[in-house]
Unconditional design. Structure first.
Length: 165
């Protein structure tokens, strides 16, 4: 099922631009100071070579990275906090709602700026590509977590199962 989802997402090639990108964009790279945001650590994903990190790419890869970060924030709440984990059944619908609302708010704000600045014509046209980048990021995360934090591998694996459904 996941392979079919990847093939379907890759079947359409929307118009857009390639640009320099953050390369490892997630909540841990965003600082908030006095009602403003500061992005840090523009080195890219540690598992990629320097030439790979320097390549221009779709800025949607960074959007996918942030969307994956929201999934991590949701799941980390239960992994790191025993009280939350004990109440997971009761809290799961609220955590799911938080993640979906956060994703939608982020995508809506990004889409408004992206279209206004000519990154792409419509969100609808690039949604398959965005989904493909989310799957790619989740696959990267599985490899990373298995090598560094095996207890966290369930986070990207759960997402991959959801993408396959």
């Amino acid at each position: 099922m996941l392979l079919r989802r990847i093939e379907a997402s890759a079947a359409t090639v929307p118009g857009g631009i390639k640009t320099r990108r953050h390369g490892d964009y997630h909540l841990g790279q965003v600082l908030v100071r006095r009602n403003d945001f500061i992005l840090v650590d523009f080195e890219g994903e540690p598992g990629r070579t320097l030439p790979e990190r320097r390549l221009k790419h779709s800025p949607l890869t960074d959007v996918a990275g942030m969307l994956r970060s929201f999934a991590y924030a949701r799941r980390a709440a239960t992994l790191r906090n025993p009280q939350v984990a004990a109440q997971n059944g009761r809290l799961e619908p609220h955590l799911e709602k938080w993640e979906q609302q956060t994703r939608q708010t982020f995508i809506t704000a990004y889409d408004e700026v992206a279209r206004a600045n000519g990154l792409y014509e419509s969100l609808e046209a690039v949604e398959p590509l965005l989904q493909l980048f989310e799957i790619e990021k989740a696959l990267y995360e599985v490899r990373y977590e298995l090598g560094n934090r095996p207890d966290w591998a369930s986070i990207p694996l759960r997402s991959l199962i959801a993408f396959a459904e």
